[in-house]
Design a protein around this ligand. Structure first.
Ligand code: ADP
Length: 447
C-alpha cells in the first residue's frame, strides 16, 4: 500500500460535478467498496463539489488509500478560496453522514474538505502492484455524459426504493412476529401466575393443616401430662402406704416373722420404694411439662449451694477409686431458682457417680461470654455419640449400660433438661465411650 494518490482531478465547471461523481464511484468500486458505499461516496463527492463550486474558484480533488492505519478510501478536496470553511462546513452537515469521517479545515492555501470511508474487511488486498493497476485503469476512465449519469442515478434510486420497500416489509414481518411472541409470553405468564396461585393455595392449605396437627399434638401432649400427673399423684398414696405397712410388719413391736417372711416383706418394701421413686420422678416431669413449675427468682449463693451438694452427695461417692470433687465456684452468685438449679446439678452428679467406676467426678462453674456454665465431668463409661440426644428422651437408657451403683428410671435427664429451659438456659452433653462424659448446663446471667 502507498500514500501516493490514486487519482487527481480538477473541478472547474458545473459539469465537473457529474464527472467527479462518476469518478468517485469508479474509484470506490476499484478499491473494493461495496455497491451501497460506492453510491454513498459518489453522492457525498458530488454534494461537496456542488457546494465548493458555488463558493467559486476551482477545487482540486485527490483520491488516496493511506499506507498506514485502517484501510480506507480518503478523498481530499482543496479549494483555494480562504475564509469559506465555516460556510462550507455548515452546508455539508447532512453530507457527512454518508461517509465515516468528514472534516472541513481552513488551511493556509484555502479551504480543505477531507472525508473517508472504511474498506470492508473482505476487500482485496491493495498491494503496490494492484495500486499501480488501479491507477492505470483510472487514467483510462472516460467520463460519461450528464445523461448517462442521470440514468445511473435513476437506477440507483430505483434500487434504493426497492431496498426501502424490502426493509419496510421486513419490519412489518418482524412486528407481526413480535406481536405473536408477546401473545405467547402473555399466555405463558398467565399460565404461570395461575399455577403460582394454585401452588400458593396448596401451601396455605398445607400450613392450615400443619397448624391443626400441631394444635392436636399440643392437646395430646397436654392430656398426657395431665394424665401422668393425676395417675402419679393417685399412686403416691397407696405406694407410701405399702412402704409404711412393710415397715410396721418388720418393726420390733410387731409379731415375730419367720426368716422367709422377713425376706419377702423386705422385697415388697424395696419394690414399693422403687415404685415411689418412679412415681415421684413421673410427677415431677409431668408437672414440668404441663408448665406447672414456676421458678422463684432470687440471688443464689453458689458457694453455699456447692457446699450443700458436696455434703449431700458425699454419701453416694462411696468408691475409694472415684475422686468426688466439687470445686470452689469461680462465680460467687447468680440470679436463678435455687431449688430447681440444685435439682439439675444433683441429677447430673448422681448420674456421674452412678456411671463412674474409677477416676473422678467433678463439678465446676465458670463464666462463658455473657452466660454462665456449670460443668459436671466424669471419667465413667461414656455415651456413644449417636445416643447423645436420645438420653434426653423419657425412659431412655443406653442399652447395656449398667450403673456401678444404684438404679434409674430414665427420667432424670429429660427432667433436668426441662428445668434448664424453665431457668432460661440449656443442657448439653459431650461424651466418648470409655473416656467419660461432660454435661454442661448453660444459664443466662440476667434473668
Ligand atoms: P437414669 O435414671 O437411668 O439415670 P437419666 O435420664 O438420668 O436416667 O439418664 C438416661 C441414661 O443416660 C442413663 O440410663 C445412662 O444410660 C445414660 N447416662 C446418663 N448420665 C450418664 C453418665 N454420666 N455417664 C454415662 N451414661 C450416662
Amino acid at each position: 500500500m502507498t500514500s501516493e494518490p490514486l487519482m487527481r482531478m480538477r473541478l472547474r465547471v458545473e459539469q465537473d460535478i457529474f464527472v467527479v461523481r462518476q469518478l468517485g464511484r469508479e474509484v470506490a468500486r476499484t478499491v473494493g467498496l461495496e455497491s451501497q458505499d460506492q453510491t454513498r461516496v459518489a453522492t457525498a463527492l458530488s454534494e461537496v463539489a456542488r457546494v465548493l463550486l458555488a463558493v467559486g474558484l476551482h477545487a482540486e480533488v485527490t483520491f488516496t488509500v493511506p499506507a498506514i492505519g485502517v484501510p480506507s478510501l480518503l478523498v481530499t478536496m482543496a479549494h483555494p478560496g480562504a475564509g469559506a470553511a465555516a460556510r462550507v462546513a455548515g452546508q455539508l452537515q447532512q453530507v457527512g453522514r454518508l461517509v465515516d469521517t468528514m472534516e472541513v479545515d481552513e488551511g493556509e492555501s484555502g479551504t480543505v474538505v477531507r472525508m473517508s470511508r472504511r474498506l470492508p474487511p473482505g476487500a482485496p488486498l491493495l498491494t503496490p502492484e494492484r495500486m499501480s493497476e488501479i491507477r492505470a485503469g483510472l487514467s483510462q476512465h472516460v467520463p460519461g455524459t450528464p445523461l448517462d449519469e442521470l440514468a445511473v442515478q435513476n437506477q440507483q434510486l430505483i434500487a434504493a426504493l426497492d431496498e426501502v420497500r424490502a426493509q419496510r416489509d421486513d419490519l412489518a414481518r418482524l412486528n407481526a412476529e413480535l406481536e405473536e411472541t408477546n401473545r405467547g409470553v402473555m399466555a405463558l405468564y398467565n399460565q404461570l401466575s395461575q399455577e403460582l396461585e394454585e401452588t400458593n393455595r396448596g401451601v396455605v392449605a398445607l400450613y392450615a393443616e400443619l397448624d391443626e396437627k400441631s394444635a392436636q399434638l399440643r392437646a395430646a401432649s397436654e392430656a398426657k401430662s395431665r394424665f401422668l400427673a393425676n395417675v402419679s399423684h393417685e399412686l403416691r398414696a397407696p405406694v407410701t402406704a405399702i412402704i409404711g405397712l412393710g415397715r410396721l410388719l418388720t418393726d420390733s413391736g410387731s409379731d415375730e416373722l419367720t426368716g422367709e417372711q422377713h425376706r419377702q416383706v423386705e422385697l415388697i418394701r424395696n419394690s414399693a420404694s422403687d415404685l415411689l421413686t418412679l412415681v415421684n420422678d413421673l410427677l415431677d416431669l409431668a408437672k414440668a411439662e404441663a408448665g406447672r413449675i414456676e421458678p422463684h427468682w432470687s440471688e443464689v449463693d453458689l458457694k453455699a449451694m456447692f457446699g450443700q451438694l458436696r455434703g449431700t452427695l458425699r454419701p453416694l461417692a462411696t468408691r475409694p477409686e472415684v475422686d468426688f470433687v466439687v470445686e470452689e465456684p469461680a462465680v460467687p452468685a447468680l440470679r436463678s431458682d435455687e431449688v430447681l438449679l440444685a435439682q439439675v446439678l444433683r441429677n447430673l452428679l448422681t448420674n456421674a457417680l452412678k456411671f463412674t467406676e474409677s477416676g473422678s467426678v467433678r463439678l465446676s462453674v465458670a463464666p462463658a461470654g455473657s452466660d454462665i456454665e456449670f460443668v459436671v465431668a466424669d471419667t465413667g463409661t461414656g455415651i456413644p455419640p449417636e445416643l447423645h440426644e436420645r438420653i434426653f428422651e423419657e425412659f431412655y437408657q443406653v442399652p447395656g449400660s449398667k450403673p456401678v451403683s444404684g438404679k434409674g428410671t430414665g427420667l432424670g435427664l429429660p427432667y433436668a433438661r426441662r428445668l434448664a429451659s424453665i431457668l432460661g438456659g440449656g443442657l448439653r452433653v459431650d461424651s466418648t465411650p470409655g473416656t467419660g462424659s461432660v454435661f454442661t448446663l448453660r444459664l443466662p446471667t440476667a434473668s
